[in-house]
Write a protein that binds this ligand. Sequence first.
Ligand code: FAD
Ligand code: DLZ
Ligand code: SF4
Length: 516
Amino acid sequence: SKPLLLILGDQLSQSLVTLRQAPDNAVIALCEVADEARYVPHHSHKLGLFFAAMRHFARELRDKGFEVHYSDLDDADNTHSLIDEAERLATLYGCDEIRVVRPGEWRLFSAMQDRQTGELPWRLFEDDRFFTTPDDFSRWAQGRKQLRLEYFYREQRKRTGLLMADGKPAGGQWNFDHDNRDPIRRDLTFPSPPDHPVDDLTRAAFDAVERHFPDHMGDLATFNWPVTRRQALGDLRHFLDHCLADFGRYQDAISERSAFLFHSRLSAALNIGLLSPQEVCQAAEARYTDGAAPINAVEGFIRQILGWREYVRGLYWTQMPGYKQLNQLGFERDLPAFYWDADTDMHCLKRAVEMTMENGYAHHIQRLMVTGNFALLCGVKPEALCDWYLSVYVDACEWVELPNTLGMVLHADGGLMGSKPYCASGKYIDKMSDHCQHCRYSPKQVTGDDACPFNSLYWHFLARHRDQLNQNPRMKLIYGSFDRMAPDKRAAIQHQAEQFLDRLDTSPGYGQPGHT
Ligand code: FAD
Ligand code: DLZ
Ligand code: SF4
């Protein structure tokens, strides 16, 4: 047998199971295809990242002695579809099967599964670069009335032994979240991430992106993501040395002054395979053991990777394909136009979208409590919001993007990702950020020309979905304070929110289908 090993753009790990088990006659294929670049209008940094990293990975494999075919976007015979391209190359090289590791998206997974019994059979391998497999998750979920991250996470701590001492959680608690709520102090300075030089291979990938996708969001002049394992290890080291110790306490903060704060910026490198979640968690744990970083920081960080990252992946694979159709709160609105160009006078949103445009990145609290919260309060339909998140972030792969957007932000999965919606008013953003002092609106006012729109939208959202949300004991207090408001105040708030929503521009943004 002579296999073709198809390596997808987010499978750039030397430890990939198909590579570990590659016979001497195997042909390896990496394929740049327009279908993957266009099915949503990806940010140019995301395209640059994938293509530059794929080109470097192909070179590393060749250097190790593998026979590698690299389909370039500019190749005249490129079919521009992953499935067609793999089959074309298998025939070209006389291969009798195609081996591929589970892709990161249902769309490709089901197309590949359908081809397992064809004349040129596809063989799917489980992705063992995670702590858990979808089967592990499914076994854990079986028979549970409610799925909760916290219980899944504790089980993974016990199973892996990460941050465990004599069978007990290090530091005496599983979770140190209550220590992780500090806003940014005015005198605080932020570490700057290392600069990665752009070599010839990366430059050529950027040129291809600029020629083929000139109207996608972003400018490659500001690109600074790691495209090789070596660069990714440099970013990991930088995070451990300069950010980890403060990661915990500022985890929920938002600032005008920095797009990255003390976050790791490692999601893209992890998701495309340049780093493994195991090595990242072990390296963070070692900083706790050495006394270089406190438990609240290290536990908070490891929970994101060992907990959330595995949990969302388990949910994705066990709930798809139905998950993508869920819309529990019945949302119908299109995406506001400013999500594509930052043209809004709401300062927190403007800054979150500007940072996104500049870096293909926004940190978790911006994604959840600024752009996410606003979309939730306005009732943006899941497919529109999910396409946006999948397009604009360099780390966006559907297995992780979808549960976060549809589940955590839009509460469209009926509570699998969170027992209650993460809805908040302008008061919350004011507490956690320094944005409001630069804004034309006041977070203290609920009605009137200067009132922060988040405030009336918040109450309007709660009123609109009372039937679904007031069953939740954690929401009872909030509904109690709404009900204690004078009726004319409640009516004024409703009016304010409705006027705002009537004026909200949802025409398709620049680079979007339907945009004129
Ligand atoms: P850090 O804050 O340094 O966290 C460390 C690591 O933990 C991250 O690199 C990431 O691998 C993991 N992590 C943290 N939070 C989550 C989470 N909620 N789910 C899964 N992993 C997590 N993350 C993606 O990797 N891809 C996405 O497409 C994506 N889409 C998102 C969409 C929305 C609406 C929201 C609210 C969150 C999304 N996230 C996504 C999760 C999170 O926002 C990013 O992982 C994080 O901001 C990446 O930056 P960082 O590496 O600096 O993270
Ligand atoms: C995101 C992406 C892009 C933009 N381009 C390619 C590509 O040309 N070739 C490829 O193999 N993969 C690409 N990817 C990643 C795939 O879309 C990814 O494997 C799936 O989205 C699953 O996560
Ligand atoms: Fe955002 Fe409202 Fe604050 Fe303006 S006042 S920055 S819109 S929260």
